[in-house]
Design a protein around this ligand. Structure first.
Ligand code: SF4
Ligand code: ZN
Length: 709
């Protein structure tokens, strides 16, 4: 037998023994009927569920899984079979980790790792993964000889936007070297035991179920999905034992190459298991193995610039200066000009720089662009990116938009020399990079002078915001002559298509009709293609021949018909990264809406995660539909079923958030005042009966509408 298969089997057999022992002990101690579950998932023990279709709910379900696990370990001298044994190790790790959550315990509460990753987080990663904002997923495991080495690798991944999961002592090593961690910073510590690596494996596996419409029990489709669509890889640091090797075999079976830093000589399998002794080369080698190309942005600024810093929070104690609309004038404006009015790459500061000794400053960020193909509608599309770009600066935090913003600059960034003109450079370079197709020239004026900032706000920005709001308000599905597809999510959900209209944004909430229109202009053959509105066959349900044609084509034949405005009949498909999901609530003859952030129960008896698992992967599920937050107050929401008057329940946070617009819509459509007061939430009812009593008291319109079913 080869040395490699030997090692894999040794590890798998060891894990199988441990797993069997742990399951037997747990049953002996707690009883076979004791429930066991990972938190906040609709996919049970995801690896077992995906591979076999078995729904583990109690300890008594586990012995059969252990038998399956053992059957995967054939001890035959064949590398393919040995990789299956690696999958057995994954199943064993899942069971061992799952047992830690017995009795609703949170075993990671006092750990430096986070353990199991809940479904909503995976859904939230959909968009950054498809846009390439997160270009890949790294798993860093073990303990390096030198802490600096592992920290340097992790920071390098972070600066490239790679989502990095840490397992083992490298967590402390990275922390001690100053690596900032957290999901929002794209460095996620999982746990210390090697079994905690399963928590990243199940992310990939659930991605296949959530986005890929992979059917449970179809192991071949599962492995094809993870290999082709999840751009993950593994780096191990320090000595390898057989358990690590067999876990690595599991990774390879899923299609994730492994780079080790120990010389394993002829155990190497080119393309799958490779040795790289020089830690300075680890990142390059790993990215090459997964064919991940990173566009390097060389900006003339003294701090790092990467999407990974987007979620960085700067506390008051760490802050050097602040621009905040509550204290001073602030505004951001992108405006289009004639060719002669814009001097390319001119960056001007009007007022003091941020080293004048003050802590608080006003700011007007005034950007003038010219482009032969520039359109007025694209101003706001560019302007909204300011938020992301400023956040990409390490040591800068930006919130809000337009004239309601807050920017903080950290002491650290300031000490590195970050000043106003660098913000101008960032804006210039990013606009010229991302909007090259429509912007030919760009000049940036940054104003910290209070009078001039106030003038720009009053004379330039406010009128522009008002004009835009008027345009948006007048923009209806009827007032435009085409809609757009968005197929960005197809890299994860191969047959999913969003149809984006003025009144219905993409279900991720990130793509409005204007965005899609700009995308088409920026990338002619890209993910957004126009759909003609000609020959509408049903304006109420929203049936258009060209929608059907485009959806049929873009879904590669998976879909025949899609209605734009019905939940019950040919509803739009969902990829998985939707902000909200709506579902019918039969007892009240209405629909409930749940947002991804809501963790509690709903009157349908299902959580967000459970509702979400009813649809996704590009399939149509009448009665359940993913959508964006903004769609809730649209006149077109469930228009075929009577419109937003069908909404009977939402989590309170969501209801409060949409209330101003939804109340206005309900007033316009039905003449109802304060409609949101008639809608239930978790403080009113978490079950259908209580909800019905409440709705009856309030005289909710859904009760007297046509039966939904
Ligand atoms: Fe994905 Fe639809 Fe959003 Fe496009 S609009 S990114 S397809 S969810
Ligand atoms: Zn999506």
């Amino acid at each position: 037998m080869s040395a490699l298969t030997d090692l894999i089997y040794a590890g798998s057999n060891a894990v199988a023994g441990l797993t069997e022992g742990a399951v037997n002990d747990a049953i002996a101690k707690h009883g076979a009927d004791t429930p066991v579950a990972f938190p906040d998932t609709a996919y049970f023990f995801p690896t077992i569920y995906a591979a076999t279709g078995v729904k583990v709910k109690t300890l008594g379900d586990l012995p059969a899984c252990v038998d399956v696990l053992k059957s995967l370990i054939t001890n035959e001298d064949d590398i393919g079979k040995a990789l299956n044994a690696g999958l057995a190790t994954a199943v064993g790790a899942e069971i061992i980790e799952g047992l830690k959550y017995l009795d609703g315990a949170n075993p990671y509460e006092n750990e430096s790792g986070i353990g199991f990753v809940p479904d909503p987080i995976i859904r939230s990663l959909g968009v950054p993964l498809v846009t390439g904002d997160i270009p890949g997923v790294a798993v860093v495991l073990g303990k390096a000889d030198k802490a600096e080495d592992v920290a340097a690798v992790v920071k390098d991944y972070q600066s490239k936007g790679i989502l990095t999961f840490l397992v083992g002592d490298c967590i402390e090593q990275a922390a001690e070297q100053g690596v900032k961690m957290g999901l929002e910073l794209r460095v996620v510590p999982l746990g210390h035991d090697v079994t905690s690596v399963i928590h990243v494996v199940t992310v990939a596996i659930r991605a296949a179920l959530i986005f890929g419409n992979v059917q449970t029990g179809d192991l071949a489709a599962l492995l094809a999905y993870t290999k082709d669509r999840v751009p993950a890889f593994v780096n191990t640091f320090g000595p390898l034992n057989e358990v690590v090797v067999s876990a690595g075999a599991g990774a390879i079976a899923l299609g994730f190459p492994v780079v080790v830093d120990q010389d394993i000589g002829d155990l190497q399998v080119p393309g799958a298991l490779e040795y790289e002794g020089d830690h300075g080369e680890t990142v390059k080698r790993s990215l090459a193995l997964r064919n991940i190309h990173i566009k390097v942005k060389e900006l003339p600024i003294p701090v790092a610039f990467a999407a990974a810093f987007e979620g960085e929070i700067i506390r008051k104690a760490d802050m050097k200066v602040e621009f905040w609309s509550s204290k001073n004038t602030t505004c951001e404006l992108v405006t289009m000009r004639e060719a002669g009015q814009v001097e390319d790459h001119k960056i001007t500061l009007v007022g003091p720089d941020i080293d004048s000794g003050e802590v608080e400053y006003p700011i007007a960020t005034y950007i003038e662009v010219y482009g032969a193909k520039m359109q007025k509608d694209f101003e706001s599309v560019i302007e909204r990116k300011i938020h992301a770009w400023f956040n990409y600066l390490e040591g800068v935090m930006h919130t809000g938009q337009r004239n309601q913003i807050r920017i903080r600059i950290s002491k650290d960034a300031w000490e590195k020399g970050l000043r106003m003109r660098h913000f101008g450079e960032v804006l210039y370079y990013m606009i010229m990079d991302e909007f090259a197709a429509v912007v030919d020239k760009c000049q940036v004026t940054l104003v910290t002078d209070p009078d001039e900032a106030a003038r720009i706000l009053k004379e330039e920005a406010t009128p522009a915001y008002n004009a835009r709001d008027d345009r948006l308000a007048s923009m209806t599905d009827e007032s435009v002559d085409q809609f757009y597809t968005c197929t960005l999510c197809q890299s994860f959900a191969p047959s999913h298509v969003c149809v984006v209209t003025p009144e219905r944004l993409g279900l991720c909430g990130a793509v409005s009709w204007l965005d899609a229109k700009a995308t088409k202009e920026l990338n002619d053959a890209g993910p957004s293609q126009p759909i003609s509105k000609e020959g509408c066959t049903d304006p109420v349900k929203g049936y258009y021949p060209d929608v059907d044609r485009m959806v049929h084509e873009a879904s590669h034949g998976a879909l025949e018909h899609v209605s734009l405005y019905s939940i019950m009949e040919d509803p739009m498909t969902s990829c998985g990264c939707f902000e909200c999901i709506c579902g019918i609530e039969p007892m009240s003859n209405g629909v409930i809406i749940v947002n991804r952030e809501y963790k509690g129960m709903t009157p349908t008896g299902m959580t967000f995660g459970e509702l979400a698992s009813m649809t996704g992967g590009g399939v149509q599920t009448p009665g359940f539909m993913g959508h964006g937050r903004h769609f809730i107050a649209s006149h077109k929401f469930a228009a075929a079923e009577g419109g937003p008057a069908r909404i009977v329940w939402m989590p309170k946070e969501l209801k409060d958030d949409v209330a101003p617009r939804l109340n206005q819509t309900a007033k316009e459509m039905y003449g109802i005042d304060n409609f949101c007061d008639m809608i239930g939430d978790e403080t009113i009812a978490e079950d259908a009966e209580t909800l019905l009593t409440f709705l009856t008291e309030k005289g909710h319109p859904a009760l007297s509408m046509e039966p939904l079913m």
